[in-house]
Design a protein around this ligand. Structure first.
Ligand SMILES: [Fe+2]
Ligand SMILES: [Fe+2]
Length: 255
């Protein structure tokens, strides 16, 4: 059994008239909650929108926050991230390099392809041809005795939220073709939706983790004061991949 947590969309630096204090407090609250768990987790994921404006100082805050946590999350960028500063802060890379930031992690019980679905300076998402070729090669070379999870920021299907659907991941037929070639892919995991959602993609589970910084109101919940609810507490997902090959996801509100 492989048990891991997924958080998403911490948007460090998001200024609601408080200089970003609120976003930082919520991210800290979630990390403290994970740190205080009596049990062990096999991995923690953070699926993008780590910074709110892609600013180097936002990544400095992120690096400090994550370094103070018991878990070092596996990361991918989102549309609010900027590849150069992200790469410099987390990978010690060249801040002038704006190519996609893709990372493949082989852990004892699972493999994780952390794919960059961002498009510089745009809200919507796309896995470019180089990223898909990298994903195909990585999955082909991965150990087949453990599940592979394909992770990115933008959901590749509509989730029926009026705010996020127009800026979802497009060109998804190409992704379906790649994951269809690798039977050890167990699920696809994303963020961006700011609402927990479970659906399917390419006949596989697709789980969108809730957003730590805010929650998207769905059309049937009314418009409220805007599409995002900032009052609901942060949430995260716990995923369990069991010996029968089944993925079960539990969502948890962080008090
Ligand atoms: Fe976000
Ligand atoms: Fe996003």
């Amino acid at each position: 059994m492989f048990v891991f947590a997924q958080l998403s969309d911490i948007h460090l630096g998001q200024d609601k008239g408080d200089g970003g204090v609120r976003a930082r407090e919520r991210a800290e609250r979630v990390l403290r909650y994970l740190d205080a768990l009596p049990g062990e987790l096999d991995a923690v994921l953070l699926t993008g929108d780590i910074a709110d404006h892609g600013a180097p100082e936002e990544y400095e805050t992120a690096v400090k926050l994550l370094a103070g946590s018991r878990h070092a999350p596996l990361l991918c960028p989102g549309n609010h991230d900027a590849r150069g500063p992200y790469r410099a802060a987390f990978l010690g890379g060249d801040p002038a390099d704006t190519s996609p930031v893709n990372e493949f992690h082989v852990l004892p019980g699972a493999t994780f392809a952390m794919c960059d679905s961002s498009i510089p300076a745009r809200g919507d998402g796309y896995l470019d041809d180089g990223t898909l070729a990298w994903l195909d090669r990585s999955l082909a070379g991965a150990p087949k005795d453990r599940p592979a999870f394909v992770c990115f920021h933008h959901p590749p299907v509509p989730l029926h939220g009026q705010y996020v659907d127009p800026i979802r991941q497009f060109g998804e037929d190409r992704l379906a073709e790649v994951v269809g070639r690798h039977p050890h892919v167990a699920a696809l995991l994303c963020g961006h939706s700011h609402t927990p959602a479970v659906t399917t993609f390419a006949s596989l589970p697709l789980v969108a983790a809730p957003g730590v910084v805010s929650t998207l109101r769905m059309p049937w919940e009314g418009a409220g004061e805007g599409p995002l609810d900032y009052a609901l507490p942060p949430m995260l997902a716990f995923h369990v991949h069991d010996d029968e090959g089944r993925l079960t996801t539990h969502f948890r509100v962080v008090p």
